[in-house]
Ligand binder design. Sequence first.
Ligand SMILES: Nc1ncnc2c1ncn2[C@@H]1O[C@H](COP(=O)(O)OP(=O)(O)OP(=O)(O)O)[C@@H](O)[C@H]1O
Length: 299
Amino acid sequence: MIEVKECSKAFGTVKAVNKATLDVGVREVFGLVGSNGAGKSTLLRMMAGIIKPDEGEIQIDGMPVYENEEAKKLFFYISDDSYFPTNYTAMDLVRFYRNFYPQFRTRLFHELMEQFHLEENRRIATFSKGMKKQVLVIIGVCAATKYLFCDETFDGLDPVMRQAVKSLFAAEIMNREFTPVIASHNLRELEDICDHVGLLHKGGILLSKDLEDMKFHIHKIQCVLSGRQQEKELEKELQVLKVQHQGSLLMITARGTRSEIMEKIQAKNPLFMEVLPLTLEEIFISETEVAGYEIKNLF
Ligand SMILES: Nc1ncnc2c1ncn2[C@@H]1O[C@H](COP(=O)(O)OP(=O)(O)OP(=O)(O)O)[C@@H](O)[C@H]1O
C-alpha cells in the first residue's frame, strides 16, 4: 500500500503539491488525473523518492521512500520525459535494468516485444513516441516490481494499444501483487483502464474514488411525469445532484443504485423513464460541481 500523508512541495513561490493525502491500495489500477500543472508529475516524483516533500511523508508498504533503497526496489518509474542513450536498443535497456531488478523476467520481455510487434534490437531513438512508451511499459511490467508508476504514459497511445496494455495489466494483477499508478490529464483515456481515480487540483487531492463504486452509486435519469407536483416529490425523494428541464422531460443526476432510483420513479407512474450510468467524465463533473468547482476549470 502507498500512503501519501499531507504532502507538500514548492518550487520557489509555486506550490506544486499542497497537503495532498492519498492512499493507493494493492492490485488495482490507480489513475491520478488533473489538468496541466495540477501537480501530478511532482507527486509521482515524490512517490518515486526522486524529490523530497517539503512537508508530510510518503510510505510504500510501511517504508519511507526518500533515499530508501529497500522501498525503491518495490517500484518501476516511467517518467514523462524518459531519456535513452542514443545508441541503445530495447535489449540494451533490459541489460541495464536487470542490474537494478534482479527478478527481471527476460523471457516475458521477448514474448511481449513480439506480441506488440516491437523489434528488441532496433535503436530506441528510431521508434515513434507511442512505440517508446510501449517499450517502457513492457520493461516496467517485466521488472516484476509490486508497483509501476507511469507519468503520462498512456496519453496519445492508440486505442488498440491501450486495450493491449489494459489486458497486460489485468493479467499481471490476476497473477501477482501488482499495482500500476497512472498519471494523466485526460479523464477519457483513464476511464477504460483504471479501477480507482484520484483527482488532483492545484496540488491537492479533490477526491479519490473507486470507479465501479462511483458508477454503481450515481445515475442520470430522464423521465416524463404527469405533473409538476409529481416532479417536486420525486426531486425530494431522490438524492439529487442536478436537475434540468427540457419541455416535459425531467433530467436528474442523482446518487443511488439503479434499482433504488427506478423504484422511486416507478411509484410516480411515469409516462416515460430511463435510468443510465454516467461516464467517468460526467461523474467527475457532478462530484466536482457539488464540491463547488467547475469542471471546465479543472480540465
Ligand atoms: N522543477 C521545477 N521547477 C519549478 N517549477 C516546477 C518544477 N516542477 C514543477 N514545477 C511547477 O509545479 C507545478 C506542477 O507541475 P507538475 O509538472 O507537477 O504538474 P502536472 O500536473 O504533472 O502537469 P502536466 O500535466 O502539464 O505534466 C507547475 O506550476 C510547474 O510549473
